[in-house]
Design a binder for this molecule. Sequence first.
Ligand SMILES: [Zn+2]
Length: 104
Amino acid sequence: MANNWNIPSWLEKEVRERDTSCVYCGCKFVSPKESARFSASWEHIINDARVITRENIALCCRGCNASKGQKSVYEWLTTKYCKERGITAESVAPIIKLTIVKGQ
Ligand SMILES: [Zn+2]
């Protein structure tokens, strides 16, 4: 069984347990009814929908997801969105740091 993003249910469960807050800005997720901005969304860290691994699938808030869009983590960290929110290579979740270390 897989969800709409072709993420197998075992991986979805694992990522949901790991990423209880946004992997980028660290906000706590709320239901989409409470806030669209702070509700959880699926993120491909490296923007390639074919890469479905525990290292590339994460949960981030819709605000960060919309801002990051097609950008690489590197590129995105230089944007005004990140600067205004103090999102840096040091502040992101460990799973994102891994991607940064690998230079992707
Ligand atoms: Zn966020």
